[in-house]
Ligand binder design. Structure first.
Ligand SMILES: [Fe+2]
Ligand SMILES: [Fe+2]
Length: 499
């Protein structure tokens, strides 16, 4: 679905708005800044208690929310879901209170005014720790305006009031990285992503690297909270998520559409389709889950391709942890049978862009397929530089590879109509030293253009059933290879421990 178009109200010119913000006038200038739903506004409103004499009530309660992160489980144009954690087994309650940041609201009022709306949510055990995961969804939102909210309960205590940034309308932007961890580079990537103020963020798997040590997830979400409590973060599971109870450490801490593992949704003129890449399959007896997912991906992409040909959307983007092709040394696809089937699905339905991680490198492909440049193929962006230690590149060329390097950083995608402009930033210099003061270096830039009418029409195909897929692909071998690949991830504890 496409967010409704809203007429753009009076706005200050962007340079003026940016100078006001740089001068620290974000809150004072809110009446003017808020007039622009499609904005360049950076972090409107303060999420910290004010120092201007405002009587923000002291935090009370013994189970105060922590690790707040925003996502969506329903229409991104009108809903946001907040997920958070409380310590202990007793459930203090799950409530989100929210409302718009009204024009003219002072910083003090943002923090202290009564909320016009409230919603109760769900509580579930957090995997393998003495804590609970809470999630609650705000609905009927005008996401073109800043939204203030807090979560918690009278019993356990409330979070500080947070402000969600208004969603851009005429164009929008998102950021992608994977393999995040909690290194200095991870923190620099997190802070720089927040400073870029995108409309949302993709983390393409291997989030915390808890590797069975569940409290690592807590410190990970502490690190992520300043970003994720203000900007939606959507995720795909990676092989390291599998190390925590076969994915339970991950699924018990994130709230996502569909079954919460693989899913699809539209944002603006893009359809996103998210896959596990088989990362959570550990036993051939559970093969049905992977086969069900493949059938769901096939159906989701067939539907998206038809809608793209009908002009409802312009792009199809596929997100998962695993690469299809890679220039990472020693990392040829571990599982050709799954890779071949996935690539067949991507090419059949004309996926435009494939966002992945797993290999701790940065690499951008040409439009490609079958390991060769292919005009009608997909562009793969491997952004495995989110913070975990970097790998090595092969010392020979790949015909399909357009650019590759070893740097920590992230990739920003600015969507303007039928063009996506990508820019990849590094938080390090060429010697892999962190740049001071949040500095960034541009290491790659590129454009993706929407397919023409004929190409869109050529990509329209009916979804195949598993029976049909089974005629061309050995599904049992694919399941067996996926299980073997995932077991190998557990066996290697040296170089591959962090992959
Ligand atoms: Fe990985
Ligand atoms: Fe990784």
């Amino acid at each position: 679905m496409r967010p409704p178009k809203h007429p753009k109200p009076f706005c200050l010119p962007d340079p003026t708005r940016r100078s006001l913000l740089r001068a620290g006038a974000g809150v004072l200038a809110l009446p003017l800044l808020n007039a622009c739903g499609s904005s360049e506004v950076s972090n409107v409103g303060s999420n910290a208690a004010t120092g201007n004499g405002c009587a923000v009530p002291a935090a009370t309660g013994t189970q105060r929310p922590r690790g707040l992160h925003v996502s969506w489980t329903d229409d991104p144009a009108t809903t946001r879901t907040i997920t958070w954690f409380t310590d202990g087994a007793a459930d203090p309650g799950t409530v989100v209170q929210y409302g718009p940041v009204d024009a003219g609201m002072s910083d003090c009022e943002i923090q202290t005014a009564a909320f016009p709306f409230s919603a109760e949510g769900q509580t579930q055990a957090t995997y393998d720790v003495d804590a609970l995961t809470h999630s609650a969804t705000m609905r009927d939102l005008d996401t073109t305006r800043p939204i203030r909210y807090r979560v918690g309960s009278e019993t356990g205590g409330w979070s500080a009031v947070r402000v969600l940034q208004p969603a851009r309308q005429d164009s929008f932007r998102f950021i992608h990285f994977g393999d995040h961890a909690q290194s200095d580079a991870s923190r620099a990537v997190t802070a720089a992503t927040r400073a870029k103020n995108p409309d949302f963020v993709w983390i393409a798997g291997d989030l915390s690297y808890a590797n069975g040590d569940q409290p690592v997830w807590d410190s990970y979400f502490d690190m992520l909270e300043p970003l994720a409590s203000e900007i939606p973060v959507m995720t795909a599971p990676g092989n390291h998520e599998n190390k925590d109870g076969g994915g339970q450490g991950y699924t018990s801490r994130v709230t996502l559409p569909g079954n919460g593992i693989y899913y699809g949704f539209d944002y603006g003129n893009i359809h996103f389709c998210v896959s596990t890449g088989g990362s959570l399959l550990n036993d051939a007896a559970d093969a049905g889950e992977l086969l069900k997912e493949l059938a769901a991906l096939e159906a989701d992409l067939a539907d998206a391709s038809l809608r793209r040909a009908n002009g409802e959307i312009d792009f199809i983007i596929f997100v998962q942890h695993y690469t299809i092709w890679t220039s990472c040394d020693g990392r040829d696809p571990f599982n050709f049978s799954l890779v071949l089937l996935e690539e067949n699905i991507l090419l059949r339905h004309g996926v435009d862009l494939l966002l992945v991680g797993h290999d701790h490198i940065y690499e951008r492909s040409k439009p490609m397929g079958f390991g060769l440049p292919l005009d009608s193929g997909y562009v793969q962006i491997t952004q495995g530089g989110g913070g975990q230690s970097l790998y090595e590149l092969v010392d020979y060329d790949m015909a399909w590879s357009a650019f590759r390097t070893l740097r920590h950083g992230f990739t920003e995608y600015v969507v303007e109509g039928k063009t996506i402009r990508g820019t990849t930033y590094s938080v390090e210099n060429a010697a892999l030293e962190l740049l001071p003061d949040g500095g960034l270096e541009i290491i790659d830039s590129f454009e993706i253009h929407a397919r023409n009418t004929l190409a869109k029409a050529h990509a329209v195909h009916a979804a195949r059933s598993l029976e049909e897929l089974g005629r061309d692909f050995d599904l049992q071998a694919m399941v067996d290879h996926t299980v073997k690949r995932n077991h190998l991830h557990d066996l290697f504890e040296d170089h591959t421990a962090n992959f």
